[in-house]
Design a protein around this ligand. Sequence first.
Ligand code: SF4
Ligand code: SF4
Length: 179
Amino acid sequence: MSQARPISRRALLFGRSDGESPVSPGRARPATSPSTLRPPWALRGTAFANACTGCVACVDACPERVLVLRKGKAVFEPERGECTFCHACVDACAPGALRDDGVQPPWTYRASVDEACLGAQGVVCASCREICPQSAIRIPPAGRGAAHIDSDGCNGCGACVSVCPATAIHLHASVETAA
Ligand code: SF4
Ligand code: SF4
């Protein structure tokens, strides 16, 4: 018997779907390159790639639909939306590739803005600031410069990535390496 899979109201509204293709026509844009960002609380170093069996339990459990399988391993795609750190993927990961020891943060990803930011072209835009749950983004007034992200406040949730109309925001890892 097929079982209804959890999906958040936000993911539903944004038209996030499952599978390998990045989502929602007319909403989220395709990633410029396939994501190599790991799911939250992934094991560090080569341990994650060794432990992840590609069972897709985390992909199925994620109510935000931000996890997909790439080359047999789970990855986080911020182009699909934000991670709310709900823990559902960790709870679903039987092989233990995602593991929360209660001490380590879910990841060290942080967002950064490149020169494509509309503010850098003199255009007023505050889409990223408005969606950031951490209030980590500052926008210079009247289109007088690019958005600025406070890396101490940013938790790498990725909410700002998918809303940027200029595809100017990217997440990068400061500790993790590609799986
Ligand atoms: S913590 Fe929750 S929202 Fe984040 S990737 Fe895991 S299941 Fe999805
Ligand atoms: S990735 Fe960082 S800056 Fe972007 S919305 Fe999340 S907390 Fe805010």
